[in-house]
Design a protein around this ligand. Structure first.
Ligand SMILES: [Zn+2]
Ligand SMILES: [Zn+2]
Length: 309
């Protein structure tokens, strides 16, 4: 009001001068610059919330699966898994014996997205909105459509199956990864007294870490990368904790430009990521807090000197 009165009093035109216009433009530009980061972080906050809601569905679905299967997940392999990923039928008697030298994987990995699918609303809930990698387009609901129902690791999935297409085009099948203590028997954990056999509800009761992490966020960017032959794999949907912390969050120089990363995307949402726990709840956590909760006895295997904070 005072501007109009003042302008009229001086008998000048009420149009803006060029300087005034430039000042207004500069102020708007400044406001945008100030607001943009907080808008971006608000967007990321809402993506993190959607991710957490999706993980809650996954937690509930997994609990339903476990409750209907006597507290156990499906098994990937029935042998004891050694540190190098090979298997033996008889548990080694010494800790030196768990390093490796068994036979390679014989059975095909079982995709949890299909096994747990009947207990989920849809396949969309296994994705995190902050996982910006290209998603698998045709989300399938049966083992047959997913990988042709292959039973041996030597078999190729049919070329038109979802898995084969994803592997050809480096597409993401899920944004979360299953802690493999549920589907594998670690020889190391058995000999170290941390966990003897598959982790089940019955066994969890006697663990030092009774509410172990069940799902973590997948580092799809690095796992699907065409230049990460040493560690990347489109089909990988689970992670082994007994090999140590480096595989989880910091592979090392063999991974080239992905060396400061690991299977898990511990910083998917700012400095944190979301995790699903055995009791079915999901929680946003920092790596420094969640790292020991990945292990059955809360002891981080081969801990990094400087783990991410
Ligand atoms: Zn396996
Ligand atoms: Zn997420």
């Amino acid at each position: 009001m005072s501007f109009r009165i003042c302008a009229r009093a001086r008998g000048k035109s009420r149009a803006f001068t060029l300087i005034e216009l430039l000042v207004v433009v500069a102020i708007i530009a400044l406001l945008i610059a100030i607001l943009m980061p907080s808008l971006a972080s608000a967007r990321e906050q809402s993506r993190a919330a959607v991710c957490l809601a999706n993980q809650r569905q996954l937690g509930i679905g997994s609990r339903m699966y476990l409750d209907e299967h006597r507290g156990e997940f499906f098994h990937h392999h029935d042998g004891w898994v050694l540190d190098d990923g090979t298997q033996v039928d008889t548990l080694p008697t010494t800790i030196e014996g768990v390093a490796g030298g068994g036979v390679g994987h014989s059975a095909a990995e079982k995709p949890w997205v299909i096994y747990i699918q009947p207990y989920l609303r849809n396949r969309e809930v296994v994705f995190c909105p902050s996982d910006g990698t290209s998603r698998s387009r045709a989300l399938t609901y049966s083992l047959d459509a997913f990988n042709g129902g292959i039973e041996s690791a030597d078999d190729e999935p049919p070329p038109t199956s979802e898995l084969a297409i994803a592997e050809r085009e480096h597409l993401t099948l899920q944004s979360f990864m299953l802690n493999s203590v549920f589907t594998h028997k670690s020889a190391r954990y058995a000999l170290e007294g941390a966990l003897y056999g598959f982790l089940s509800d019955t066994r969890a009761v006697s663990l030092r870490n009774q509410n172990i992490v069940m799902f973590s966020e997948r580092n799809s960017e690095a796992m699907n990368a065409r230049d990460n032959d040493a560690f990347g794999s489109v089909s990988q949907d689970d992670y082994d904790t007994w090999v140590g912390e480096a595989a989880l969050v910091r592979w090392g120089s063999d991974a080239g430009q992905h060396e400061n990363q690991g299977w898990l995307r511990y910083n998917r949402h700012g400095r944190n990521a979301n995790y699903v726990f055995l009791d079915g709840h999901a929680e946003r956590m920092n790596w420094s807090k969640v790292r020991e909760l990945q292990f059955p006895d809360r002891v981080v295997r081969r801990p990094l000197d400087n783990p991410p904070d």
